[in-house]
Design a protein around this ligand. Structure first.
Ligand code: ADP
Ligand code: MG
Length: 603
């Protein structure tokens, strides 16, 4: 089956990923970045330019450089149709069209160019063609918007296997499908140009959207714009003579680029030095930008997300205390001020264990892995890495919970005593894939005392239970007296990958001899049961059968004894079967005798 890729087709940035040996990895583009700006430059003649190189054309050819096209594809219900793009957009019978000279483009045609680049770059990196994809869409996208996204995928040459909601993908990336059923999650997604807040509920491993809210014109771009304004003011204050130059769109683009880089650094640093080279001469403008200054301009922008959050909580009929988790998505949530703000609104620290601008793509990739069968269990439950069991007669491994069983789980079996008048059994807990107890790992052992009875009469139940925390509880109970013992072992699930691999490799290497060992041991156990029984029957009822018959039985017994020394399990198994067969009538005679005796005693 061919690979399926996961794609986050973002308003600002797009990403593509693929499962690699069980792990989602995001693929870097030809420029060496995992983030590909969703920007397309359409020159008057020649091929379209996509990604970072196109982004650089924005200042030079604003009317031919298309960005944020996803906004034209997906409008929230009730939002105005007005867009202030530097390129020409017209609305034609409800459909938005981009006009470039004589040509016009549908938004999905532009999006398909972004997808084409992701596809081409990933194919180059993976070294093989990719045909199938999972693409994410905002949770509020309606059917038409989803279809447009799907068409974009198809135009780029993908079979679009599934479209999943961005917040759902993000929740998958954060591993929240492992939360308890009915858990509620808020996904706070502040990207370049759009803000989305979604409340999800987990239902049997599937995320249901309880409510969504947001704004398709709110995001990091707003911060960039304000930062340009601030830097421009500072330059004018110090160099009033440059006022004219500061209106130059190339110069503004340069300030934006430098300001943007400074903004990113201020998420982890307290202050950065910006240096804006002037267009004229060799002078430049050096400036120390502090996080405080940046936060002062970001605060009112971030604050605008508040009402959307409150409304989405209201729509889901939840107060923040009822949420089980709040996760951060979108590059802007790397800013400390955003994290503080989210913590205030939801009255809890948001989960920031994933890269916020990569989470959606990682989730799409995980979904792709599930579809292509690379991730077996959709619920991603833990499984037992190796089989668990106890040692039984003859040193054999008796598996109670097979390897790869989903946790939590429970299994049990009834055992009996091998020796008459035995009054204690030892329960040896084993882990591994080998047939003989001695080749497996011993996790623990304990004794259980029980009433001495004849061989095979004891009834000892052994139960294994692995709870959700991966702790193995071993219970052994003498069902006649109710006496029981319970032990807990915590090492049953946490086994290093190498140890598991080694154990499985060994079990495969030794599969043949192991199986022969097991068959041999089982045959020996059978002989040990058969021989004393036949001998005692011969003493009791031997005189009631023909001499020839007696001789034949002796011959069969002899063959079993010889076979026992041969170590050939086929031979012993055959000898056992023949002895069993050849002494069937002895069993009948024994029963007759027992009945006659009982009748005599009754008299
Ligand atoms: P989208 O979902 O809109 O495609 P992203 O999630 O990639 O966008 O977010 C892009 C936005 O995040 C941009 O405005 C970018 O400047 C901002 N951003 C990315 N990294 C950081 C950072 N470290 N600090 C602040 N803002 C950041
Ligand atoms: Mg996004």
């Amino acid at each position: 089956m061919s690979e399926i890729v996961g794609i986050d087709l973002g308003t600002t940035n797009s990403l593509i990923g693929v499962m690699d040996a069980g792990f989602p990895i995001l693929i870097a583009n030809q420029e060496g970045s995992r983030l590909t700006p969703s920007v397309v430059y359409l020159p008057e003649s020649g091929d379209p330019v996509v990604g970072a190189p196109a982004d650089r054309m924005r200042a030079l050819f604003p009317e031919r450089t298309i960005y944020s096209v996803k906004r034209l594809m997906g409008r929230r219900p009730g939002e105005s149709e007005k867009e202030d793009f530097p390129f020409a957009v017209k609305s034609q019978s409800g459909q938005m069209l981009l006009e470039l000279g004589q040509r016009s483009f549908k938004p999905e045609e532009i999006s398909s160019l972004v997808l084409k680049k992701l596809k081409a770059d990933a194919e180059l990196s993976l070294g093989n063609p990719i045909e199938r994809a999972v693409i994410t869409v905002p949770a509020y996208f309606n059917d038409l918007q989803r279809q447009a996204t799907k068409r974009a995928g198809e135009l780029a040459g993908f079979a679009v296997e599934r479209m999943i909601n961005e917040p759902t993908a993000a929740a998958l990336a954060y591993g929240l499908n492992r939360l308890d059923d009915h858990s509620r999650i808020a996904v706070y997604d502040l990207g370049g140009g759009t803000f989305d807040i979604s409340i999800l509920e987990l239902n049997e491993g599937v995320f249901r959207v309880l409510s969504t809210n947001g704004n398709t014109r709110l995001g990091g771009d707003d911060i960039d714009r304000e930062l340009v304004r601030l830097l421009r003011e500072r330059i004018i204050a110090r160099h009033p003579e440059l006022r004219q130059e500061l209106d130059d769109k190339l110069f503004i683009a340069r300030i934006r680029e430098i300001g943007h880089a400074a903004k990113l650094r201020l998420s982890t640093e307290e202050t950065v030095q910006v240096d804006i080279p002037f267009l004229s001469g060799d002078r430049s403008f050096p400036y120390h930008l502090t996080r405080q200054e940046l936060e002062a301009i970001a605060r009112p922008i971030v604050r605008r997300t508040r009402s959307h959050c409150l409304r989405s909580l209201d729509d889901a009929k939840l107060d923040p205390a009822k949420l089980d988790e709040v996760i951060l998505v979108g590059g802007v949530t790397r800013m400390p001020i955003v994290r503080q703000f989210v913590a205030e609104i939801f009255q809890r620290l948001p989960n920031n264990t994933q890269n916020p601008d990569e989470a959606v793509a990682v989730g799409a990739t995980i979904q792709a892995g599930m579809l292509s069968g690379q991730i077996q269990n959709v619920l991603l439950l833990d499984v037992t890495p190796l089989s668990l069991g106890i040692e039984t007669f003859g040193g054999l491994m008796n598996v109670l919970i097979p390897r790869n069983s989903t946790i939590p789980c429970k299994a049990g079996e009834l055992f009996t005593n091998a020796v008459a008048n035995q009054s204690v059994v030892q329960i040896v807990v084993l882990q591994g894939e080998r047939e003989l107890a001695k080749d497996n790992w011993e996790l623990g052992r304990f004794d259980l005392e029980f009433e001495p009875v004849s061989k095979g009469f004891a009834r000892i139940g052994v139960q294994f239970e692995i709870d959700a925390d991966g702790i193995l509880h071993v219970l052994a109970r003498d069902t006649r007296t109710g006496r029981q013992r319970l032990i807990e072992l915590s090492s049953a699930v946490d086994v290093s990958d190498e140890a598991v691999e080694k154990m499985i490799a060994e079990s495969l290497d030794h599969a043949f001899e192991d199986m022969a060992d097991r068959l041999w041991t089982e045959a020996v156990l059978k002989s040990n049961e058969l021989l004393p029984a036949v001998r005692s029957a011969l003493t009791l009822v031997g005189d009631q059968i023909e001499l020839d018959d007696r001789r034949k039985i002796h011959r069969l017994v002899n063959e079993v004894e010889v076979a026992l020394k041969s170590r050939e399990h086929h031979r012993l198994k055959k000898a056992n079967a023949e002895l069993d067969e050849g002494t069937q009538h002895l069993a009948t005679l024994l029963i007759d005798r027992a009945m006659a005796e009982a009748a005599r005693r009754k008299k």
